[in-house]
Design a binder for this molecule. Sequence first.
Ligand SMILES: [Zn+2]
Length: 263
Amino acid sequence: MSSRDRQLDRSSEESSLCERVSFEAPADYSRAKVEVPLVYQRKKGLRRLRMGFDYENRLIVSVPWNCPQREAEEFVRNHRGWVEEQAARLSPVLTLREHLSHCPTIAIGGQSVVVEVRNVASGRSQWIYDEKRGEGIFMIRAQSEGEDLPLRKLFRKVATIALSDRVGELAAVHGFNPGRVTVRDQKSRWGSCSRNRTISLNWRLLLFSPGAQDHVILHELAHLRHLDHSANFHRLLSELDPRRAEFEAELNRDGAQLMRVDR
Ligand SMILES: [Zn+2]
């Protein structure tokens, strides 16, 4: 059990029993009580009970296939102190609109773009981008209150175009020949590169700084030559991205927060 976020493979077969439990949080936490959604997942081949938080701030308890349910519940009860401490330290899950109101800067084409979300009463939702000034407006056709679907849809459309274009630009600069680029809503990864040369990127990469976004793209491009994390891969990545240490530090620092946007 580690204090860091775990990357959990939720695609595996699971019998999950979802319930909500409340834990009292330490006094210094801004909210008096933290609700911790709890999910039990049975896994074949797992030898010991394990748990950790995912990016929806759910406590995922991984249970060996034949372990009795009461033993799993006892395991959670016995680690209550750990759960409370971790729950109090988790980054909040923010909607995209909330995130952009705190951090109104995104990365497009290797530059920082200051964005505004503006609600309009009529007309289509649209993205207005002034590349020269590095400014953009998400014009959002107002729907019922609290309904953020038009913003989320438009943002992902912009992310798909911007990230695909950026892959093309960096591939051209460094002499790579990627296959298809897909932009998706991954649960825990920023990017991946498959054997058939498809590069998949998380739409939330738009929320990073230009350098950190490029770093993830260069990492995936480097996989076109080395489909592993061998010494050769790392040597190539350091050549492609001489400032990688700085951007890796940024991903470590902000990644857990940004991975939680719009869950
Ligand atoms: Zn990799």
